[in-house]
Design a protein around this ligand. Structure first.
Ligand code: FMN
Length: 345
């Protein structure tokens, strides 16, 4: 190919305008904040190739990147539209997804199709239905817990997530009462129904004894839903004017994702061979890929990170906005994996 004089002039013009722009923008590019969690190692690796993946196992399946769509909404026309957007993105980028509570699908057969995301997700994506501990307790008591299994089969899901949310239920004006110890309910459920199972909170996380119990159960994963992001007790209190006057201090208790990673690591060494759950979904207040990368690297077991509200924010705008957000989360994650190491394990 011949390079013409016009080509040279065009390139020169572009370089000059870029250089001038850099001079203009330099005052804006002053930075004072340093993220001290990482060593940055520019000497040790080339740029990551395009189309590189970071496969992570969940149950019998693999995600292409360790990003999980945490359980959110479902069962209303708006929720269905948002779930379709999330599911399309999951399929496009090779992620995994828990859908919001499918309680209504058990109560009203006409609503089952609202949760039918497998055709959108494709067969590769891990897809888990979500139920509250109070509902599972009721199904066990009424002898109808197999209905969960039928629904999982009907929707071609990979298993279920049980959210354990005693504070949320208490704060919720129309909340359910939990009558049995949740750890007993989960064990009873596992005796009755053989299904891959994830257990999560809803924005408060789990403390030492709860994590100790969960790690010793043969769960597909434990999802933290730690405190520091969306907090469902707070959400319910906002809806409940009288209780919010008095019970608001409760929103400040619980465990951050950082604390929970440390807690899991020490429990993993304490429990040794007794550990039966080998995957964590680190969620609750994960703002971006750097948080996700940091916690995954800190964790001493197979881990992925989950986001709810951040993904929802972008899903609400449009499919394009959501896809763009995820694409750059993945890009950031791969750059982080190439150039950053965590200072303190
Ligand atoms: C709109 C919305 C609806 C949610 N619904 C559920 C639900 O049905 N079941 C559940 O287990 N968690 C639910 N969650 C909690 C999330 O799964 C997650 O644990 C929590 O939002 C913390 O993540 P975040 O800080 O990234 O938002 C919901 C969260 C949001 C934002």
């Amino acid at each position: 190919m011949n390079i013409t004089k016009t080509d040279i002039e065009t390139v020169r013009g572009e370089t000059e305008s870029r250089k001038d722009r850099q001079v203009d923008l330099a005052p804006e590019a002053q930075n004072k904040a340093i993220d001290t969690r990482f060593y940055y190692e520019p000497m040790m690796a080339a740029h990551p190739p395009h189309h590189i993946q970071w496969p992570v196992k969940l149950g019998d399946k693999f995600l292409k990147f360790p990003l999980w769509v945490s359980s959110m909404t479902g069962g209303t026309p708006r929720a269905n539209e948002l779930n379709h957007r999330l599911a399309k993105a999951v399929c496009r980028f090779g992620l995994g997804m828990g859908i919001g509570s499918a309680r209504i699908a058990l109560e009203d057969p006409d609503r089952v199709n609202d949760f039918d995301l497998r055709p959108v997700l494709g067969n590769e994506a891990p897809f888990f239905l979500n139920f509250g501990i109070a509902q599972i307790e009721r199904l066990l008591r009424s002898g109808s817990v197999q209905s969960v299994k039928y629904l999982v089969k009907r929707l071609d899901a990979d298993g279920i997530i049980i959210h354990v949310n005693p504070l949320q239920e208490w704060m919720q004006p129309e909340g359910d009462r939990i009558l049995s110890v949740p750890a007993d309910t989960i064990m009873h459920f596992m005796e009755e129904v053989t299904l891959p199972l994830i257990v999560k909170e809803v924005g408060q996380g789990f403390g030492y004894e709860s994590m100790k119990k969960l790690l010793q159960l043969p769960l597909t994963a434990i999802e933290f839903a730690a405190n520091g992001g969306t907090n469902f007790s707070k959400l319910e209190l906002i809806r409940n004017r009288v209780k919010s006057k008095y019970l608001m201090p409760f929103i400040e208790v619980g465990h951050s994702a950082e604390e929970m990673v440390d807690l899991s690591n020490s429990l993993l060494s304490e429990l040794g061979d007794k550990v039966q759950c080998h995957t964590l979904i680190i969620s609750g207040g994960i703002k971006n890929f750097l948080d996700g990368y940091y916690y995954i690297q800190k964790s001493n077991t197979n881990a992925l990170y989950g986001q709810a509200s951040e993904l929802l924010k972008h899903a609400k705008v449009s499919q394009e906005e959501l896809d763009e957000y995820i694409q750059y989360q993945i890009e950031g994650l791969m750059l982080a994996r190439t150039f950053l190491t965590v200072k303190e394990k």
